[in-house]
Design a protein around this ligand. Structure first.
Ligand SMILES: [Zn+2]
Length: 138
């Protein structure tokens, strides 16, 4: 059945059998899991981390950002989770899906690529080092 809302449930580990209409949030594993809101029964796991999904919990309801697009499964569901509500969005066509996938890859590269190859900070570090040494001399 097509869902219109999800109830958040904070869990340590996500159970093997998920219930429809529940969003299982594991802080330990930094994931949110739920059964696809279209009712197709597919488990959708959204990693909560930079360049992936952001979870907002206001003490009562949860929101996930950005939207959830299940391009890999047949239903191609596309929706937002905003304050426990499923907000259905228009399904993307093949070209749009490709654009999203490319953008995701670029986001990941921008974030993790930047971590692996940090921006040159040698000048800044030297300047800080000099300042510290100077203040010590005083
Ligand atoms: Zn589905």
């Amino acid at each position: 059945m097509r869902q219109t809302a999800l109830v958040p449930e904070f869990v340590d580990t996500v159970p093997d059998a998920l219930q429809e209409g529940t969003l299982y949030i594991s802080i330990r594993f930094r994931t949110a899991s739920h059964l696809c809101a279209c009712g197709c029964g597919t488990t959708v796991v959204t990693p909560i981390k930079p360049a992936k999904w952001r979870l907002t919990y206001d003490g009562k309801t949860v929101s996930l950002y950005p939207s959830i697009g299940s391009w890999q499964i047949r239903c191609r569901s596309h929706y937002w989770i905003r304050k426990n509500k499923i907000v259905w969005a228009r399904p993307f066509d093949d070209q749009e899906i490709e654009e999203v996938l490319l953008k995701d890859a670029a986001d990941l590269h921008r974030y993790y690529g930047a971590q692996i190859e940090p921006e040159p900070t040698a000048y800044t570090d030297k300047a800080i080092g000099k300042q510290r040494r100077r203040s010590k001399d005083r």
